[in-house]
Ligand binder design. Structure first.
Ligand code: HEM
Length: 486
């Protein structure tokens, strides 16, 4: 520098020359690199073979599961490359890019999950199907779950089942024993949804199915080794036992129709709906898929809502007032509660929406690119053919650029926001062609549970923590001490 100064080159002239040189370099780079066009995002593929999977899992087990993505977003931006579950991957924490992936069809992406999960789901599972067959099963299941008849039946079943459960909670209160919300929600929702799916009533077979289902679900994210003694092996065996029970039910239905003993053509359960549209294997695989939200997603939604309400007295009070008011109105008119009543509780729905946002029961979805796919958002990126993409809902739901004070449980924020489930910043139920067909059902069941709990009991929650991996749940099952309201 001193030499340049000595040679008579002044600072402003030097600075201007450097700026011009940088500008020329940038233009040249732009011309030759094709910049401005979509490109592979920045990031690292991590270690050979394992890539960054271990770092992802270790963050997922921590109290801040999004830290893996957060750190890389700071370094590389909201869409970055990585290597997860044995595949090179693009991870999206960007609302626009995520939306573009969700909206794409099977000509761009096919479902792709860790090997253990794909193995357990099976080829005919709706989660693995693509193209016309996925659309057909999705359409039939969606129409079934959205039908007012099913919602009315589920509401009746749930009211009956809750009334029996509440007797047990009163007895627990008298014994000063805790009620574990998660266990209660699981057994109630499982029984009701399984009845809607396969027509099975409470009893020995239901208990057997649930026991096998728990073994099955434990292997969804496990080592992909199918040897005796491994979790995957046990889970596959449990699936086989469930499949034979479900196929027995299907064959019995077919026999009754054949013998003319069941002339009724109205669909009572989802098997009835699918029976003329698919093989027994397709039906039984899908019935097992549909049990996942029954044992897991919906009960966890209920449990998390009760946890967040217990920590936010103002929200609990407003929810209680809204539900007590409905109960009073209905009892004045000597009417029973219909499913439409539960769904019309505006603040209760805001509480459920906020629980879905902050709880991230499904933290993201995965796909594999079947060709090089250009995705809008984040300046345009390319997902190369054969790479997987992780659309990480959790980071978007907790992004301060999308939600004010994102870690605060604030159901009131939904008063002003557009609540449509397909809004790009809010995708707890996914989006596009695979938008969850059970989303109304999940909201309905959560509303019914909350209504009966808050109108019949007060409670004090014991301490508990959320575990986020491999699935979201409360470590101690959310124990609460209830006191019946007089
Ligand atoms: C809180 C509750 C629930 C959550 C958070 C949830 C979330 C999701 C998400 C994120 C997807 C998209 C998966 C993808 O794009 O690959 C999905 C799909 C699906 N959900 Fe749900 N779900 C819930 C409840 C339910 C219920 C109650 C049912 C019905 C019993 C259900 C049935 C399905 C089915 C069949 C699919 C696959 C759709 C397809 O691939 O075409 N879900 N769900």
């Amino acid at each position: 520098m001193q030499a340049l100064a000595a040679a008579g080159v002044s600072w402003p002239v030097l600075a201007a020359s450097v700026a011009v040189a940088l500008l020329v370099a940038a233009v040249v780079l732009r011309l030759f690199s094709g910049a401005g066009k979509a490109r592979l995002p920045a990031g690292t593929l991590g270690w050979p073979l394992v890539g960054e999977t271990l770092a992802f899992i270790s963050a997922a087990y921590s109290s801040r599961p999004e830290s893996f993505v957060e750190k890389r977003c700071l370094r590389y931006g909201k869409v970055f490359k990585s290597h997860l579950w044995g595949s090179p991957a693009v991870v999206s924490a960007d609302a626009e890019a995520s939306r573009a992936v969700l909206q794409s069809d099977a000509s761009a992406f096919v479902p792709w999950y860790p090997r253990s999960l794909m193995e357990l789901m099976g080829e005919s599972s709706i989660l693995m199907l693509g193209g016309g067959l996925q659309r057909r099963v999705h359409g039939l299941a969606g129409a079934f779950f959205k039908s007012p008849e099913l919602k009315a039946r589920v509401t009746d079943d749930m009211q009956g089942r809750l009334s029996a459960a509440m007797d047990a909670w009163r007895a627990a209160a008298a014994d000063a024993a805790a009620v574990r919300v998660q266990d209660e929600a699981k057994s109630i929702v499982f029984e009701i949804l399984v009845r809607a799916l396969i027509g099975l009533e409470q009893g020995q077979e239901m208990n057997y199915l649930r026991q096998q289902f728990r073994i099955f679900i434990a292997g969804l994210i496990s080592l992909p080794i199918k040897l005796p003694g491994t979790q995957l092996y046990r889970s596959l065996k449990a699936k086989k036992r469930m499949t034979s029970l479900i196929q027995k039910i299907i064959q019995e239905k077919r026999r009754r129709i054949f013998e003319g003993k069941d002339p009724c053509t109205a669909s009572r359960d989802l098997i009835d709906v699918l029976m003329s549209n698919g093989s027994d294997e397709l039906i039984s695989d899908n019935m097992i898929d549909f049990m996942i939200p029954a044992e897991d997603s919906v009960p966890v939604l209920i449990t998390l809502a009760i946890k967040y309400l217990s920590e936010c007295p103002l929200a609990l009070q407003q929810l209680e007032e809204e539900n007590m008011e409905l109960k009073r109105q209905k009892s004045d008119m000597r009417e029973t509660l219909e499913w439409t009543d539960y769904m019309s509780l505006t603040f209760t729905q805001h509480v459920i929406t906020e629980t879905l946002r902050i709880g991230n029961i499904i933290s993201g979805i995965m796909r594999k690119a079947v060709r090089d796919v250009e995705v809008k958002g984040h300046g345009g990126v390319v997902i190369p053919k054969g790479w997987c993409v992780l659309v990480y809902f959790r980071s978007v739901h907790l992004d301060a650029a999308v939600y004010n004070d994102p870690y605060a449980f604030n159901p009131w924020r939904w008063k002003e926001r557009d609540m449509v489930a397909t809004t790009s910043g809010f995708t707890p139920f996914g989006g596009g062609q695979r938008l969850c067909p059970g989303l109304d059902m999940a909201r309905l069941q959560a509303s019914i549970f909350l209504h009966h709990l808050v109108t019949n009991f007060r409670w004090v929650a014991e301490g508990d923590n959320v575990v986020n991996f491999p699935t979201v749940r409360l470590k101690r099952g959310m124990p609460i001490r209830v006191t019946p309201k007089t």
